[in-house]
Design a protein around this ligand. Structure first.
Ligand code: F3S
Length: 667
């Protein structure tokens, strides 16, 4: 027997990377969940499970705080959102080559291209790709290079307009020759079709080797799980050239009866998910067969072949990168590498980018920034105003500017900030606007610091000295924390990026304006409402809405008053009449008594003739005595009426300080 083995066997770069990352995570966390089986190989999945990498079918099986592995196939953007919504930690093991396809598809879809995929729409990788274009991709399904044309004519030729914008990509493990045949037909028939050869070069090499080996072997052994897509593709390629083909998922499936035939040539290829142990065991078992000679891997270097199949991740990265650099393409065709370079946005911390909003969940905004993964803005990074609900400010599809806070927040997410961009813009305005000092802007009190208050002006911290917080003395500045306010910019230090502001200046200006308006509204002879603010010897100052007027003591009452406090009290709300307005001298004369009834108009009713009242002698004259009935009404008792008998001098009967004068009758 002669044994021919492929050079490229065992885990591909993407699978090895995913397995290594998952095992490292399991070691760190004790147990992690892989969303779907990490690779299509039962044996490996069982081993991984024993080491703490537990497969789950849906996120329903996870709870908050769990760690979930995204396998090398990648997932649709919606799965990332769901992970975040469920607050599970993500370890993203999506193969970088698959990520490139996500980038291409997201961008092309955003530019209005219809995405066409050569691949199986039910394969997890294709489901993820489809999710990048809103599940609107058109799938070509399974076909070969030979039947590509009939598939194209049946299903696609009439399906699109001749000038339709089409973007053709492939599942990474698709048969390259079949893809190329289909790509040729699309390019020929649709003028606006762009083609990205996204068949993974690892796959390409394996398929090429499978074709070469199978064309010279009597028996082909295809190693790998029966559910593995790329292994199935290898099997298909081999089957076209070799009639005796055997799929081997474990060592017990080696067809010893066939390979014991004398002079037979046996070829061995392995899919990307075939574990090293299986490859090693199969080659060892085969080489142990009597008379076996091993090409490619001789009996002595079996270990080397197995080792080659278990290259370190770094080695495979180099191999994969080298493979990408030498694509087999025709002139005018876009290589995977070129496509990748074109679509890949390189980002760094602190960079400001424009992205489009793709989802808003629980106050977090997910933004497509053209990077291999979407970024998200946590709620507290959306606006400097914590009360702002992002859903009321932006909608899905909106373009917004964001700053990259972290390219990787430790869970594979790009952390973004809109707040920082906004504050930078405000600062930009401040520093470029020569008139920024003196401007009045909206702010929110943030924190009390030594000597004053820090206020937030659209993300910029401004210092308000304690003396500038209010027009009145403020005992506790804490009451302004969280309060919206208007402030006047007093000083902008461009070098030190420092802003000093004043709330007091705004309040003073507002009061001044209110005063100005009030003066304009004052009309002599009009009745206005006021509050007594201050009493003096000459009258009372009354606030009539931002301006004070004076009620002179003589205008406080109809009768004689020694002091205005006999009539008015501080804090009393009264109606007053505007008597005079002197804007030049800033004086307003008000009358209080003018709105009170004159006492004499009621006297006749109050003191009818014949009634007997009590009064107080206030003045004595030769012809009689004046008696005060109330402060503003004096009555005269003629000398002839002072006593029952004749009186020559009133003083004999009454004195001015005697009080009260009993029982006088009104006549
Ligand atoms: Fe990645 Fe290619 Fe493997 S796409 S997962 S390296 S087959």
């Amino acid at each position: 027997m002669k044994l021919l083995t492929a050079k490229n066997m065992g885990f591909c770069f993407g699978v090895r990377r995913a397995v290594d990352m998952a095992l490292a995570a399991a070691e760190e966390h004790g147990r992690v969940f892989s969303l779907g089986e990490l690779i299509h190989n039962r044996q490996v999945v069982t081993e991984l499970k024993e080491k703490g990498v537990v497969p789950i079918d849906t996120l329903d099986s996870s709870t908050e705080g769990d760690t979930v592995i995204i396998r090398s196939h990648g997932v649709a953007p919606a799965v990332y959102y769901e992970c975040r919504a469920r607050r599970v930690n993500i370890i993203d093991c999506t193969c970088p080559f698959v990520m490139k396809i996500h980038d291409i598809v997201s961008k092309a879809s955003a530019e209005g291209y219809i995405i066409v995929v050569t691949g199986d729409p039910k394969h997890p990788e294709c489901i993820g790709i489809n999710g990048c274009c809103g599940d609107n991709a058109v799938f070509c399904g399974d076909f070969t290079a030979e039947n590509a044309e009939s598939r194209f004519n049946d299903d696609f030729k009439e399906r699109f307009e001749k000038n339709a914008k089409l973007c053709l990509v492939s599942q990474t493990t698709f048969d390259r020759s079949a893809f190329e045949a289909m790509a040729e037909l699309f390019k020929k028939n649709f003028v606006n079709c762009v083609v990205y050869d996204t068949v993974c070069n690892t796959t390409r090499d394996r398929q090429r080797e499978a074709a070469e080996l199978s064309s010279k072997c009597d028996v082909m052994l295809v190693l790998g799980d029966h559910h593995s897509s790329n292994t199935q593709k290898l099997a298909n390629i081999c089957a076209e050239r070799c009639k005796n083909l055997k799929r081997i998922a474990n060592i017990s499936e080696i067809p010893l009866d066939i390979i014991q035939t004398n002079g037979i040539i046996v070829g061995v290829v392995a899919g990307a998910s075939a574990p090293d142990s299986l490859i090693r065991e199969v080659i060892t078992r085969m080489s142990e067969q009597e008379k076996a000679t091993v090409d490619c891997c001789t009996a002595e270097n079996i270990e080397n072949v197995a080792t080659a199949a278990t290259e370190t991740a770094e080695q495979v990265v180099e191999t994969a990168a080298a493979a990408v650099q030498e694509p087999v393409v025709e002139e005018g065709e876009t290589t995977f590498e070129e496509a990748f370079e074109k679509t890949l946005v390189r980002i760094r911390n602190g960079q400001i980018l424009t992205g489009s909003v793709v989802q808003i969940v629980d106050g977090e905004v997910c933004v497509n920034i053209g990077y291999k993964s979407d970024g998200f803005i946590p709620r507290d990074e959306f606006s400097s105003d914590p009360d702002v609900d992002p859903a009321t400010v932006v909608s899905v599809g909106d373009k917004i500017e964001v700053e990259v806070l972290k390219v990787n927040d430790g869970e594979g997410n790009v952390l973004l900030s809109r707040k920082n961009v906004e504050s930078k813009k405000v600062w930009e305005e401040f520093s470029t606007d020569a008139d920024s000092e003196g401007k009045i802007v909206d702010a929110v009190g943030k924190e009390v610091v030594k000597g004053g208050l820090i206020a937030d002006i659209n993300g910029i911290r401004a210092f308000i000295p304690a003396s500038q917080v209010s027009t009145k003395y403020v005992e506790k500045l804490d009451e302004f924390v969280g309060q919206p306010m208007k402030v006047k910019i007093l000083e902008v230090d461009k070098q030190r990026k420092r802003v000093v502001a004043s709330r007091k200046a705004v309040l003073a200006a507002e009061a001044e304006e209110a005063k100005r308006q009030k003066w304009a509204e004052l009309v002599v002879g009009e009745k206005v409402h006021g509050i007594v603010r201050r009493l003096t010897d000459f009258g009372a100052f009354v606030d009539i809405g931002g301006v004070d007027g004076l009620v002179h003591v003589t205008d406080a009452a109809w009768g004689r008053v020694k002091h205005v406090n006999e009539v008015l009290k501080v804090g009393q709300e009264i109606e007053v009449l505007i008597l005079n307005v002197d804007q030049e001298k800033q004086r307003i004369s008000l009358g209080y008594k003018q709105l009170q009834p004159k006492p004499w108009t009621l006297a006749a009713e109050k003191y009818p003739v014949g009634s007997i009242v009590e009064g107080k002698v206030v003045r004595i004259v030769t012809f009689g005595a004046f008696v005060a009935l109330e402060p503003t009404i004096d009555g005269l008792i003629h000398i002839s009426q002072v006593g029952a008998r004749h009186v020559t001098k009133v003083e004999d009967v009454a004195s001015a300080d005697a009080s009260p004068f009993p029982a006088v009758q009104i006549s």
